[in-house]
Design a protein around this ligand. Structure first.
Ligand SMILES: [Zn+2]
Length: 490
């Protein structure tokens, strides 16, 4: 027996052991993959919305977005950046579908380079597999880091209104049903609220306004001649409630007390407006509106407060971007618009949509609360609004033909603003003041996605009388609602 021989034998044993170990590891991996993948259903490039099937992605829950972008070429609307999406898988996954309109340069999953494909708005990020079976189980936290760039001017919206407003000097990205996917990769659907940390690098002579609290702003330590703005919110909210505007703005920070807590409201008014002071004074009325809303809806649920007014004419009067709604310049003086967007901070931003078909629970409710507050300022009461609208629409068949429970994408944002609050007022009349106040508080006190079915169920539960026939007439009916007590008329 020699050392050499022993050595050879030893090597052979080690070799055999090596192969054995490798085979063992491989079969273990396969067993793990099989167990993990047992309930494996391929993820869809869409969360399953009946109206917008491509929006979002299935099989995960987005928790937070850390967005870090550079927007220093306003003239060409060129944006570049990196976003880390932190998500938790809700099933075994071999692909994560995000939405992003700009071109992706690079993707990393937990620090490792990942394969990806882009088709339309869909960004498909590949996760590891063994023998075609995903090794990422349900319940796994992932950090997906996406680097991307492109011009906002080239972004198109074939089936939706564009949320991009840009005139070469000022840019605004805000809108619904889709907005976030223009500037950061996201599960761009209201059923998946998340938190946001937003850093924007811009030239020194412009401001970058977004949602949440203003953490800091000042000279960019990494680039001379540039500023960096840092915004953050810890209030989970839908992706469409985010916003970004860059341009020359007057920014005012105001200390406010909300529920005994000291906060800082941030207001931004474009220097391109003819009356910046008038716009600023009007925006600041939001501070007085919050206690009025709290009486009906409970504690203010958002960690930030403020408002934004762009110089660009917008396609809507206002939008409920989180804590800091954006208003069209023509809205100055119309307090009801402010009541509306601020009521959405509960109704839409905190109690979110399960799917877009249920827009009623956002817009009918927010418009109704707007009616209530408008009445409280000594203007028309909800009953007067209701009576006036019923008289005005009484012989308009097309008005009554709109089904609030299934309005379709063409009429998504139309009759929910008039027939919608009428239905809520009818419900209030039928269930009585006490029950309605209880219902409003209970509904607005929730967090996360809810459906119209949930809303109807809670209304029925909170009502001393059966309101199902009334809700069927108002929400599902396509004929004029007869003016009876049962239908909420008085
Ligand atoms: Zn609204």
């Amino acid at each position: 027996m020699s050392n050499a021989s022993r050595d050879r034998t030893g090597r052979r044993v080690a070799q055999r052991l090596g192969w054995l170990a490798m085979a063992l590891v491989l079969s273990l991996a396969l067993v793990v993959a099989l167990i993990v993948g047992r309930a494996y259903v391929p993820a869809r490039a869409g969360i399953g919305d009946p109206y917008y099937p491509d929006a979002g992605g299935s099989g995960y829950d987005a928790l937070s977005y850390a967005v870090d972008i550079t927007y220093d070429q306003l003239a060409s609307a060129f944006l570049s950046g990196t976003t880390v999406v932190t998500l938790r898988t809700t099933q075994a996954l071999d692909v994560v579908h995000l939405d992003l309109k700009l071109a992706v340069v690079d993707v990393e999953v937990d620090g490792a380079t990942a394969e990806f494909t882009q088709q339309g708005s869909d960004l498909a990020v590949r996760l590891p597999t063994v023998a075609g079976i995903p090794t990422t189980p349900a319940g796994k936290l992932l950090d997906i880091r996406v680097t991307y760039s492109g011009s906002l001017a080239g972004v198109t919206f074939p089936d939706k209104a564009s949320p991009v407003y840009w005139n070469g000097r000022e840019t605004l990205i805000a809108g619904e049903p889709e907005a976030a996917s223009v500037w950061f990769p996201s599960d761009d659907h209201p059923s998946d609220p998340a938190t946001y940390d937003i850093t924007v690098h811009v030239p020194k002579d412009v401001e970058a306004i977004s949602v949440g609290m203003l953490v800091s702003h000042g000279p960019d330590p990494t680039r001379s001649g540039e500023d960096v703005w840092h915004w953050r919110t810890d209030t989970p909210s839908p992706t469409y409630t985010t916003m970004l505007t860059v341009g020359q703005f007057i920014v005012e920070t105001v200390p406010v007390q909300i529920d005994g807590v000291e906060r800082t409201a941030v207001y931004a008014v474009s220097e391109g407006l003819p009356d910046t002071k008038g716009a600023m004074d009007w925006l600041k009325k939001s501070q007085a509106a919050i206690p009025m809303l709290e009486r009906h809806l409970g504690r203010y649920p958002v960690d930030a407060l403020g408002g934004v007014m762009s110089a660009i004419y917008l396609n809507w009067g206002g939008i409920e971007t989180l804590g800091r709604p954006v208003y069209d310049r023509r809205e100055v003086g119309y307090d009801e618009t402010e009541f509306h967007e601020l009521s959405h901070q509960w109704l839409g931003d905190t109690v979110t949509l399960r799917d877009w078909r249920d827009i009623f629970i956002n817009e009918a409710m927010a418009t109704y609360v707007e009616w209530m507050l408008y009445g409280e300022t000594g203007k028309e009461t909800p009953q007067q609004d209701f009576d006036e609208l019923y008289g005005e629409k009484t012989s308009q068949d097309e008005f009554w033909a709109q089904q609030l429970s299934d309005p379709g994408t063409t009429y998504l944002f139309t009759h929910v603003y008039d027939k919608g609050p009428m239905a809520v007022h009818a419900l209030r009349n039928r269930m009585g003041e006490d029950a309605f106040s209880r219902f409003l508080l209970e509904w607005a006190g929730q967090t996360g996605p809810r459906s119209l079915v949930d809303w109807r169920t809670m209304a029925q539960k909170d009502s001393p009388v059966d309101v199902r026939p009334l809700l069927a007439a108002w929400l599902d009916g396509t004929d004029k609602v007869p003016a009876t007590t049962e239908n909420g008329f008085r």
